[in-house]
Design a protein around this ligand. Structure first.
Ligand SMILES: Nc1ncnc2c1ncn2[C@@H]1O[C@H](COP(=O)(O)OP(=O)(O)OP(=O)(O)O)[C@@H](O)[C@H]1O
Length: 556
């Protein structure tokens, strides 16, 4: 069999020798490099100390040159005295040597240069921001304008911070003639800053009219891990949700994904001393207003009684039906009308009873002091139904609880969708001073509901239950409602289901019996008579119990 020739590279002697030569050359270089590395490791402390001593010597020479001639004599004398002392003290020279080495090592350490000032990209960003503000903050004829095309941005941005190249904080000065008291002027500036600072983040705008400065701060998203639980509050306090730590002065211990922590709550106070005794929540469909009502209901049942009118009619309050303290859960028009009519009369009865007790010098009876909550979800659906059937608008019966509920410990909470806002009754609009907007909403929508625009820009993604709240004339706050899903909904996770079930009061009716006012019952069923409460018709009750006019005069 013929042998195959070896490859040329293996037979050719000259290239082989060259390969061997280059291999030994490479190995030699490696050895030299590792020896140099080893030497530099060994001598590194000495090099550092040497560098330090040199720096100290240079610094000493500089100080000596700066010392005035007449002070050099005393300085020399002082140094000489020190040297003498060191020489006379036991181990003095040795200690002095060690101290010198330490000082040399400290002075000779490698210092990482600290980067100061913004990077090139950040400078460009700040300059672009400045130029974008010029048309809004420059006025012709200003002798020393803060803002001018091509002007000095460093003079108007005294403080700024970036994280990952994105603006995290900016303080800017604006001219005194800028109309910072007008919402429209502010909104224009906020929109420019939001567009230029980088969309996709929430920014908070703090206007300081006294010093003509605006501080823009990027906000972290509100945590969404707080679910329904027993909050540590006093009677008359309801946690609507949680907000920014610097927006409220209080914190509550809450259980979240990472264990127990303190979170800043938005606490709504109801009852006789409340300045905003009723609440209206609005938002687009699916924003979480039913969940807010459910969360309020679970807290209200701790100290009071509850009547629920579910205009949506999807049975989302079914878990409350038949529970102790729940007077009824109505979703049909007939049932809602009966229940709300009863609520109006109950408000009147409470006013009369409380008034009589006060006039007689007796304490107000317990059944009048016990808070009564009327939760109405999507009343517009029932209003619409009533108008097509030619019946009474159920919202009509909300007037008395809304007008006089505060004195009678009656609180009304209404949730409605934006698109049906015009179907809300006048009394609901006028008497609900605590306001919540949930879901994605424009600044105009937020302003229309809360009476003031939010001080933050819209979020890129709005989780359910996220929105804004305003209690009376207070500041608009960001809000995240605790997750309180319907435990009867199959889509609800087990942990949340258990959390809600644990907060429900025990059933009022014996097991197996259909509880009164069950949402799953026929729509036209009237509200079930609650323990100790009977539903009476308007005329009779007024005649029998003193009448609303007398009661209102007495209260007023
Ligand atoms: N605060 C929240 N945390 C977590 N999930 C929430 C929260 N609020 C609402 N959700 C979820 O969002 C969905 C819609 O909520 P919900 O039914 O309360 O909204 P809605 O505004 O009442 O809508 P609709 O009017 O269509 O019923 C539900 O799946 C609910 O579990």
């Amino acid at each position: 069999m013929a042998r195959r020739p070896l490859p040329r590279v293996l037979t050719d002697r000259v290239p082989l020798a060259r390969v061997a030569q280059s291999v030994s050359l490479l190995r030699g270089r490696d050895v030299a490099r590792s020896a140099a590395d080893g030497a530099s490791d060994v001598f590194h402390p000495l090099i550092t100390i040497g560098r330090g001593l040199r720096r100290l010597a240079v610094a000493g020479r500089g100080r000596w040159a700066e010392t005035p001639k007449e002070q050099r004599g005393p300085a020399l004398f002082f140094i000489g005295a020190c040297v003498l002392i060191v020489a006379l003290v036991p181990y003095g020279p040795l200690l002095a040597l060690i101290a010198t080495m330490i000082a040399g090592a400290w002075a000779g350490r490698e210092r990482v240069p600290v980067e100061t000032g913004p990077s090139e990209a950040e400078t460009e960003r700040l300059r672009a921001l400045y130029e974008a503000l010029v048309p809004y903050l420059a006025v012709e004829g200003d002798p020393s304008p803060l803002y001018a095309p091509g002007g000095d941005w460093t003079a108007v941005f005294p403080e700024y911070a970036f994280d990952d190249g994105r603006l995290a904080r900016l303080r800017l000065k604006y001219p005194p003639y800028f109309t910072d008291g007008e919402d429209q002027s502010r909104v224009r500036i906020e929109q420019v800053l939001y567009a230029k600072a980088g969309r996709g983040r929430e920014y908070h705008f703090a206007w300081d009219e006294l010093t003509n400065q605006l501080t823009v701060t990027a906000l972290a998203a509100l945590p969404t891990d707080i679910a329904a639980q027993r909050f540590v509050t006093s009677p008359g306090e309801t946690v609507l949700g949680f907000t920014d730590a610097d927006a409220v002065r209080r914190t509550l211990p809450v259980d979240g994904d990472a264990g127990t922590r303190d979170a800043p709550p938005v606490v709504w106070r109801t009852g006789q001393r409340s300045t905003e005794p009723h609440l209206l929540a609005m938002g687009p469909p699916g924003a979480g207003s039913t969940t807010l009502l459910r969360s309020i209901a679970l807290q209200a049942l701790q100290h009071g009684e509850l009547l629920v009118v579910d205009g949506g009619g999807a049975g989302e309050f079914g878990c409350l039906a038949g529970r102790r303290g729940v007077l009824g859960v109505e979703s049909g028009l007939a049932g809602a009308l009966t229940a709300l009519e009863w609520a109006a009369q109950e408000t009147e009865r409470r006013l009369v009873t409380a008034n009589r007790a006060r006039q007689a010098g007796r304490p107000v009876p317990e059944d009048v002091r016990r808070p009564l909550w009327i939760l109405v979800d999507r009343p517009s659906a029932l209003t619409h139904l009533a108008s097509t059937e030619g019946r009474d608008d159920p919202q009509r019966w909300l007037q008395v609880p809304l007008r006089h509920g505060r004195a009678a410990q009656v609180t009304v909470v209404v949730a409605e969708q934006f698109e049906n806002a015009e179907l809300l009754g006048e009394a609901v609009r006028a008497h609900t001073k605590a306001r919540v907007v949930l879901g994605s909403a424009t600044a105009e929508e937020v302003r229309a509901v809360l009476g003031a625009p939010p001080h933050t820009t819209p979020t890129a993604s709005v989780p359910p239950g996220r929105g804004y709240v305003r209690l009376g004339t207070a500041e608009v706050l960001r809000l995240q409602v605790p997750a309180t899903p319907d435990p009867l909904d199959e889509a609800t996770g087990e942990a949340h289901r258990q959390a809600v079930l644990a907060l429900l009061p025990e059933r009022a009716a014996p097991a197996g019996e259909e509880p009164p006012g069950d949402a799953s019952a026929a729509a036209a069923e009237p509200v079930g008579p609650a323990p100790g409460v009977s539903i009476v018709k308007g005329g009779e009750s007024r005649a029998a119990r003193g009448g609303p006019v007398e009661a209102l005069h007495a209260e007023g």
